[in-house]
Ligand binder design. Structure first.
Ligand code: 13P
Ligand code: SF4
Length: 303
């Protein structure tokens, strides 16, 4: 079906069902164009919490839709492709976190939003890449801090805050594909370029960057910077916004390998199908939701 016809059908269904479409910055270009709001994990959670729509079509990965469901149980949260997961979120289970907590009684648990609802239910405070430093800075009285599941975001936050944290060994397979050699090669080719990476990148990559920021932070920095050229170390989907929002500037991806296959699973067709049949609802069981809610509320309160 040609895109325009699809888009018209989706828009009509959106109006009939009072739906909103939220999309992450890594989504396909045409999904970003269709969305009512495109942003990072924190921005998307805040939008989900604030919307008066009855239905949220979440174009992202599973933990993002779950977070929306934790925040707004009265709304119907749909995922165009229910198989769009995040491998990093699957790298720790609730039982593994309970075992770690048992080894460190009294430690405060900070969990990256890239995690399951069950893991969030074992957590004191969640964070995203955009507020992780502020979240840890807010824990002034904590004797010990456990940070799960991303070891690289954890290491970045530990360095920024000067706090020694107990880190889980999770990682993002997409950001692992960005190597220091990629950055060095691009820097040699574009010596005037500012280097902005995501803090899920490995420490040697972050060490070569001028900034390590969330996807929304990358967009904001590129817009505000006086530089004319940028080397971008994150998933390639963000390049679409960067180019659209900054016509006079040039953006070079650190590598063309930084693709998140799960983020690309959402298509216009799948958005139409899920809205047509109100299919693929994501709902967190109430006992888990109530236990996770406090940690997620604390996350969205720290911007
Ligand atoms: P942001 O919150 O920075 O958009 O990151 C989400 C993510 O999954 C990065 O890989
Ligand atoms: Fe998960 Fe990495 Fe994909 Fe983000 S880019 S959703 S962390 S696999």
């Amino acid at each position: 079906m040609p895109n325009q016809h699809l888009i018209e059908k989706i828009e009509a269904l959106k109006a009939d069902t009072n739906a909103i479409i939220l999309a992450h910055n890594y989504q396909r270009d045409e999904v970003q164009d269709l969305a009512d709001y495109t942003g990072d994990s924190l921005g998307l959670s805040i939008r989900a919490a604030q919307t008066d729509a009855d239905v949220i079509v979440f174009c992202g990965v599973h933990f993002m839709a779950e977070t929306a469901s934790i925040l707004c149980p009265e709304k119907t949260v749909l995922m165009p492709d229910p198989d769009a997961g995040c491998p990093m979120a699957d790298m720790i289970t609730a039982q593994q976190l309970r075992d770690l907590k048992a080894q460190h009684p009294g430690a405060v648990v900070v969990t990256y939003v890239n995690s399951s609802a069950e893991v969030k239910a074992e957590t004191d405070v969640c964070c995203t890449s955009s507020n992780a430093v502020k979240v840890v800075q807010s824990l002034k009285d904590a004797q010990e801090i456990i940070f799960v599941p991303d070891q690289y975001l954890g290491a970045f936050v530990a360095k920024q805050t000067g706090r020694d944290m107990i880190l889980w060994q999770g990682y993002c397979p997409t950001h692992m594909r960005i190597t220091p050699e990629h950055i060095q090669r691009q820097k040699a080719a574009h010596p005037a370029a500012e280097v902005i990476v995501h803090p899920e990148c490995t420490q040697p990559v972050v060490a070569l960057a001028d900034y390590a920021l969330s996807t929304e932070g990358i967009c904001r920095r590129a817009h505000e910077s006086g530089a004319k050229e940028f080397i971008i170390g994150t998933e390639l989907g963000v390049m679409y916004r960067l180019k659209n929002e900054n016509p006079g500037k040039t953006f070079y991806p650190a590598t063309e390998f930084a693709l998140c296959p799960n983020m690309k699973k959402t298509t216009l067709e799948k958005i139409l199908w899920c809205l047509e049949g109100m299919k693929n609802e994501v709902r967190v069981p109430e006992d888990i939701r109530l236990r996770a809610r406090q940690a997620v509320d604390r996350m969205v309160a720290i911007v």
